[in-house]
Write a new protein. Structure first.
Length: 352
């Protein structure tokens, strides 16, 4: 099992992605606005709740604002591996002995300085890049994944290439489109063509023997090559659960404050949650897996949901088409099937 442990509800940034009017008016029935900012349950409980075969991912807010608890958990909880999703600004303060223990670090960065600072704040890009350099110099040898958000202002092709050329070997991206109206979502047409361009670049690199670890392509192509069906690819609600600071359990880290959807607590365990009819009835479900439990529960009746599905379907269809070439390259031993291997549920959502 995979657990997101929330170590801080607060964040040291106010990125434009989180600061949205679309999140609406306060809703006391759905949200618990009194969830403590830091962990309030007895950390000893995690020692029995987390089993040796599990993985723990620290998450927030900004999880490093709770770095004392991160250290205590890493010192006392036995599991298969620790991971963290962070904005990267405080990585230099955690200490190399802890940073080097992470199996995976997912750092939020949108590409070059201009696009990152536009959405995350001035000077953020410089600090993140400094910290990424520092942790590598201090011996971090785990997986470092750049987590991007793609907006109407970003060119996914150019920005992913920038990250690949500047020290990131693993890249994932998410679309900032769920809450937009249909008129605003027109930029997805350009995104769709940029994704195809990026996919073509990915295939060309394979012809030289390199399988670039672009997660939205890598994971789905792996399923196609192995002829595997997939449930929700982030694992939320069935393989991936979130332990909130008050000890409650939510099916997904984005639903941390949403008491209405809590599915258990650290004392009594939890029950599983799956995507609803909208995805179960979809012809692309086996490959897509449902994209996002959170939006499926809350927004699957919106027109914008279907519009995003059009984008998902196009990308899945293009990957299926390109799999013919990939299979040929594997057959000729230019690349291997093993090059697509990855740890499932490591914090990347997979479907953008
Ligand atoms: S394409 Fe859309 S409706 Fe189909 S499974 Fe994915 S998220 Fe669900
Ligand atoms: S894809 Fe959706 S359900 Fe999965 S972790 Fe992200 S917000 Fe949660």
């Amino acid at each position: 099992m995979f657990y997101h442990i929330i170590t801080s509800i607060g964040c040291n940034l106010s990125c434009k992605y989180c600061d949205k009017e679309e999140f609406g008016e306060p809703d006391e029935e759905t949200y618990d606005y009194k969830v403590p900012c830091k962990i309030s349950y007895d950390l000893e409980k995690l020692k029995t709740f987390v089993k040796k075969e599990d993985y723990v991912t620290f998450y927030g807010g900004e999880p490093l604002l709770g770095m004392d608890d991160i250290r205590k958990i890493m010192d006392s909880v036995e599991c298969q591996g620790f991971m963290i999703q962070t904005n990267g600004l405080l990585l230099h303060e955690l200490g190399a002995e802890y940073v080097n223990k992470f199996k995976t670090i997912l750092v939020s960065i949108d590409g070059d300085e201009q696009i990152t600072d536009k959405y995350r704040g001035e000077g953020v890009h410089k600090k993140v890049m400094e910290n990424v350099k520092l942790i590598k110099e201090q011996g971090f040898s785990g997986e470092l994944i750049a987590r991007m958000v793609i907006t109407k202002d970003s060119d996914v092709y150019a920005q992913v290439k920038w990250l690949l050329e500047n020290g990131f070997e693993n890249v994932h991206w998410q679309l900032d489109a769920m809450f937009s109206d249909l008129e605003e979502m027109k930029w997805l047409e350009k995104y769709n063509s940029d994704v195809v361009k990026l996919m073509n670049f990915w295939i060309e690199e394979m012809k030289t023997g390199k399988v670039l670890r672009l997660y939205p392509f890598l994971v789905v192509m792996d399923s196609i090559l192995r002829n595997e069906r997939s449930l929700l690819r982030c694992g939320s609600g069935y393989s991936n659960f979130t332990v909130v600071t008050n000890g409650k359990i939510s099916p997904c880290p984005i639903m941390t404050l949403m008491k209405k959807y809590y599915c258990g607590d650290i004392d009594n365990g939890y029950k599983k949650t799956f995507v609803n009819w909208r995805c179960l009835a979809c012809l692309d479900y086996d490959l897509c897996g449902g994209r996002c439990l959170y939006s499926n529960i809350l927004y699957s009746d919106l027109e914008s949901y279907e519009k995003l599905c059009d984008t998902t379907r196009l990308y899945l269809k293009t990957l299926k088409k390109r799999s013919v070439v990939v299979k040929e390259l594997i057959g000729k031993k230019v690349i291997s099937l093993e090059a697509f291997m990855h740890l499932k549920y490591n914090g990347v959502e997979v479907i953008p």
